[in-house]
Design a protein around this ligand. Structure first.
Ligand SMILES: [Zn+2]
Ligand SMILES: [Zn+2]
Length: 140
């Protein structure tokens, strides 16, 4: 198997995906939308649209939390899977959905200004009050 192939699924297995190529570091998003939808905060990598194959897409509900982006989750088991910005040709994929060993690594925190008030962030990773233009898609 290509070492840069990654696979994953929702909790019930109705939705499966596989990606090709390197994946960006995992970014933790503490914004209000991610907090509410995930129940805590979101941890996600991303991949170019052309490098991901999704099976069981019929089971995905896409919720448009804003005019810019929609959030994909499994209609059957509720697993949060994807975040898709309409103007970008990439999709964020939730880190927890990947099969182990994921090969993923933690990168930074964003929207820490909006984080919940019941936990602290003390892992030493960079923290951004809002988003950051350092968020890119892995190239190779
Ligand atoms: Zn599911
Ligand atoms: Zn967020």
């Amino acid at each position: 198997m290509d070492e840069k192939m990654h696979t994953g699924s929702c909790l019930c297995g109705a939705v499966r995906f596989r990606t090709r190529g390197s994946l960006r570091g995992v970014i933790f998003c503490h914004c209000g939308q991610c907090r509410r939808q995930s129940g805590h905060f979101v941890a996600a990598t991303n991949v170019a649209d052309e490098r991901i194959v999704i099976e069981g897409g019929d089971a995905i509900t896409w919720y448009a939390a804003s005019n810019e982006a929609k959030r994909g989750f499994c209609s059957r088991c509720g697993s949060l899977l994807f975040w898709k910005h309409g103007a970008l040709d990439s999709v964020s994929v939730m880190a927890g959905a990947f099969d182990k060993p994921t090969g993923l690594f933690a990168e930074c925190h964003i929207f820490v200004a909006d984080k919940g008030d019941y936990y602290s962030i003390d892992d030493g990773l960079p923290q951004h009050a809002r988003s950051t233009d350092k968020i890119v898609v892995a190239e190779d």
